[in-house]
Design a binder for this molecule. Structure first.
Ligand code: GDP
Ligand code: MG
Length: 264
């Protein structure tokens, strides 16, 4: 394995689970539930919080960006709005990310997972140089899996579903990392419709035609692109609130990781 610090092949190598997703999709709640799920299963997680603007973190973080960066102060110092301050905070933190990796590396032999929460607004992490540097340096050190959290109730319309899938698709092609679509909030809306749309192209087209006539030919072409995206995709449905579906999620993590990182 390509681990830092000369770890031998037999030593434990933690798997990184990097949580991304639209604002309000449930990343932080998911990480809280994942943290307690792993602990119940006697797996040792190391927890990183990369959201400088979260008010109250519902889990204990081993490393918290808020310990070193005061986002409100960054707003004042650089005269920035909230999003600019979050991005600048992430940039400032990224300059010290080698130290974060050293902390993780010191504990790596006893860790099973490194779980990471990211800022609320997805593009701050997925479309910034800092987000790319953090993602790449984690992935260069440990097997890393992306958990793309989806707000299932809010993506139940065919047009929003397709936009969300296209976004997921763009991140997959950008990072080229193993990827799991996580349909969250299944306690509110089960993800059966999504499974049907991902596996049955014609069922999705029927839904699309009922939903909208506007730009329908463009939508049809795009849904063809997605059909290929779904082919080798890992997905699962769960509820970060009730905890249902987390065993399946962990199975998907193992599968995605093992398919991708055959050497581990
Ligand atoms: P983040 O912005 O992606 O970190 O999202 P949060 O974790 O802050 O969650 C946003 C909102 O969705 C909060 O009100 C959560 O309580 C709610 N939420 C998160 N996961 C679930 C879930 O599985 N079921 C339900 N019903 N609500 C959820
Ligand atoms: Mg959050």
């Amino acid at each position: 394995g390509a681990t830092a610090g000369g770890t031998t092949k037999d030593a434990k190598v933690p798997t990184v689970i990097l949580t991304i997703g639209m604002a309000g999709s449930g990343k932080t709640t998911f990480l809280q539930r994942l943290n307690s799920h792993l602990r119940t299963q006697k797996h040792v997680p190391y927890v990183l919080n990369l959201d400088p603007a979260v008010n109250k973190l519902p889990f204990g973080a081993n490393i918290d960006i808020r310990d070193t960066i005061d986002y409100k102060q960054v707003m004042k110092d650089y005269t920035l709005g909230p999003n600019g301050a979050i991005l600048t905070s992430l940039n400032l933190f990224t300059t010290k990310f080698d130290q974060v990796l050293e902390f993780v590396d010191k504990r790596a032999a006893e860790l099973d997972y490194v779980i990471v929460d990211t800022p609320g607004q997805i593009e701050i992490f997925t479309w910034s140089a800092s987000g790319a540097i953090i993602t790449d340096s984690l992935a260069a050190t440990y097997p890393t899996v992306l958990a793309y959290i989806i707000d299932t109730p809010r993506t139940a319309g065919p047009a929003t579903f397709m936009s969300n899938m296209l976004y997921a698709c763009s991140i997959l092609y950008k990072t080229k990392l193993p990827f799991i679509l996580v349909f969250n909030k299944t306690d509110v809306t089960p993800h059966d419709f999504a499974v049907e749309w991902m596996s049955d192209f014609e069922a999705f087209q029927r839904a699309l035609m009922q939903d909208t006539s506007y730009m329908s030919s463009l939508m049809n072409s795009m849904s063809l692109v997605l059909d290929e995206f779904y082919e080798n995709l890992n997905y699962c449905g769960l509820s970060a609130v009730t905890g249902a579906g987390f065993d399946d999620f962990m199975a998907q993590v193992a599968k995605a990781r093992d398919e991708y990182y055959a050497e581990y």
